[in-house]
Design a protein around this ligand. Sequence first.
Ligand code: CP
Length: 304
Amino acid sequence: MRHLMSPLDFTTEELDKLFDLAASIEKDPQKYAHACDGKILATCFYEPSTRTRLSFESAMTRLGGRIIGFSDAASSSASKGESVSDTIRIISCYADICAMRHPKEGAPMVAAEKSGIPVINAGDGGHQHPTQTLTDLMTIRSLHGKLNNFTIGLCGDLKFGRTVHSLIHALVRYEGIRFIFISPEELKVPDYITDMLKEKNIPYEEVIRLESVISQLDLLYMTRVQKERFFNEEDYVRLKDFYILNASKMELANKNMLVLHPLPRVNEISVEVDDDPRAAYFKQAQYGVYVRMALILTLLGINV
Ligand code: CP
């Protein structure tokens, strides 16, 4: 039995297979419409979500399976004090696979240790969000055409943004990737990540102004300032609108630069950018369904 806790749980060869499968699903969804007949996915979300939970539920439904779960810890027995370990033992009696989001870092890993079914980390605190990374890689591969030899700018909350941490870890395995981290001083990427980049001799630079580097980018990955992870409201209010990508900044960018965002956005991408052909974030959300369909099939060992 296999779980997904981090994007590194799959080799790059396994990821290629997964993305090939996702591309095949995109091309011919009908072929997979009954692949999970009789199977049940549990979505156990102790934190709010729109995309991740609903794309998992859409993915399982499109595969012919069914879904159970909760979208709020308050409506589960966690509110009575039940541990994640006990909850997953129970869910293992009811479902064939589980996607879990939790505000505590490592909680899905604790669940996986006691689980009788595959557990997918659907986001744990400020730590990792591996299925968002699979979505991001699938989007880059599909729209940019390759997963190597590009410069990617990651902009916004690089301290608390778990999608950023997962994506960097995944991208360092590909050739020729250069990172430009764009953030205010208070929201810089954690030291453990820059230490890892130094150790692997992966080029990166850290800047504050987006306008100073946007013309160098092949990909721009915007992120929301993570309000829920701040210790005080004052800091959040001061930093929340630090970056706003708008049409005038897009004029400085390469004509082929793709704009990605895991979403939800708040103000960091102006709606006027949505009509720019380089804006890929809604398409990115669509790829999230195909890649989660491929992941469910892979973890359940179902070949079509
Ligand atoms: N990208 C993402 O994780 O979105 P949700 O929080 O809506 O699931």
